[in-house]
Design a protein around this ligand. Structure first.
Ligand SMILES: NC(=O)c1ccc[n+]([C@@H]2O[C@H](COP(=O)([O-])OP(=O)(O)OC[C@H]3O[C@@H](n4cnc5c(N)ncnc54)[C@H](O)[C@@H]3O)[C@@H](O)[C@H]2O)c1
Length: 274
C-alpha cells in the first residue's frame, strides 16, 4: 500500500515508518521538519494524491506547549485535521487518526473502553477530543486510535519516563506532581506502532484504544526504573499539575480481537530505553 504518515519525524512517526517499510509498504513521510506543513492545504493535497491510507500523527503532542500556546494547538490538532479529512474524503483515502486516551480524562470509569465518555481536563486532550468529532458520521471509512502514554528509546525529553531515567542517571532529585498515585498504562512505542498497523491491515474502522493493560502509578514507575538502573530514587512532592488525570486504566480488548498483542511488558520495555 501507499501510505502517507504525517508527523513522520516525531517519536512515534519514526518507529511507525520503519515498521511499515519492514512490511514492504510504500511510505511517504510528511513532517514540518522536512518542510512539509499540514497547515498548507495545497501541499498536503499533492502529497495525499494516490495514497491508499493516511496515518495522521502530526500534532502539538506536548501538554505544556498546548497549555501555553492553545491557539497553535487548536490550529494544528483540530483545523489541520479538518482539512486533511476533507481532502481524504474527496480523494477516497482512509484516515487513521492518532487521538489520545487523555481524552477520557477524569471520567470516573474504572476501565475505559471505546464507548466510555470523554472528559478531557486540559487543552491538548480537549483539542484531540474536538478533532475526534470531525470523524462522527464518517467512521465507516476512517479510524480513531486512542493511544496510551508511550515510551521507548529516543523518546522526547519532556516525557515523564525520560525525565525519570535522566534524573536517576545523574543522581538528581525527582519532582513528583501531587501525591504520585496518579496511574497510566505506559505502553512501548513499538507496540503502539504495531497496534496502528493491526488496525490498518484489518480494514476495520471505528474507534480503537491502543494500550497495554499494565496500570502503574508514578511512584511505582520511578521505583521500578530505579531498581532496573540499580539506583536509589530521591523523590520530592511538588504542586500537582493543572488538569491532572488521577487514574487511567485502558482496555484494548477490541484491538486484541484483531490479533494485536503487546510485545513488551513495562519491565522489558523500560530496559530498552535505560
Ligand atoms: N507521546 C505520547 O505519549 C502520546 C500519547 C497519546 C497520543 N499521542 C499522539 O501521537 C502522535 C505522535 O506523538 P509523538 O509523541 O510522536 O509526537 P512528536 O511531537 O514527537 O511528533 C509530532 C510530529 O509532528 C510534526 N509536526 C508538527 N507540526 C507540524 C506541521 N505543521 N506539519 C507537519 N508536521 C508537523 C513535528 O515536527 C513532529 O515530528 C500525536 O498525534 C500525539 O498527540 C502521543
Amino acid at each position: 500500500m501507499r501510505i502517507l504518515v504525517t508527523g513522520s519525524e516525531g517519536f512515534l512517526g519514526k518507529v511507525l515508518c520503519r515498521q511499515l517499510l519492514d512490511d514492504a509498504h510504500e511510505v511517504i513521510g510528511y513532517d514540518i521538519a522536512n518542510g512539509n506543513d499540514i497547515l498548507d492545504v495545497s501541499q498536503l493535497r499533492t502529497a495525499m494524491t494516490d495514497c491508499d491510507v493516511c496515518i495522521h500523527l502530526a500534532a502539538i503532542a506536548d501538554l505544556y506547549i498546548a497549555e501555553h500556546q492553545p491557539e497553535l494547538a487548536r490550529n494544528l490538532n483540530i483545523n489541520a485535521t479538518k482539512s486533511l479529512l476533507g481532502i481524504a474524503e474527496e480523494l477516497d483515502i482512509r484516515v487513521l487518526f492518532a487521538s489520545t486516551v487523555c481524552a477520557y480524562g477524569n471520567n470516573g470509569v474504572a476501565v475505559c473502553v471505546e464507548e466510555s465518555p470523554l472528559a478531557p481536563t486540559e487543552v491538548y486532550a480537549e483539542s484531540k477530543a474536538e478533532a475526534e468529532q470531525l470523524f462522527h458520521g464518517k467512521l465507516s471509512n476512517h479510524a480513531i486510535l486512542r493511544l496510551a502514554t508511550f515510551y521507548g528509546p529516543n523518546m522526547r525529553s519532556s516525557l515523564a519516563t525520560s525525565i525519570f531515567i535522566e534524573a536517576l542517571k545523574n543522581d538528581e532529585q525527582i519532582h513528583i506532581h501531587g501525591n504520585g498515585l496518579q496511574t497510566r498504562c505506559y505502553t512501548h512505542v513499538e507496540d503502539i506502532a504495531s497496534g496502528i498497523i493491526t488496525v490498518m491491515n484489518s480494514q476495520q474502522n471505528g474507534i480503537y484504544n491502543i494500550s497495554s493493560d499494565e496500570e502503574m502509578n508514578v511512584i511505582d514507575l520511578i521505583e521500578l526504573i530505579a531498581v532496573l538502573m540499580n539506583k536509589t530514587a530521591n523523590m520530592v512532592h511538588v504542586e500537582d499539575r493543572f488538569g491532572q488525570i488521577k487514574k487511567s486504566k485502558i482496555s484494548s480488548k477490541k484491538l486484541q480481537k484483531l490479533g494485536w498483542k503487546p510485545k513488551y511488558n513495562l519491565k522489558s520495555g523500560l530496559k530498552t530505553c535505560i
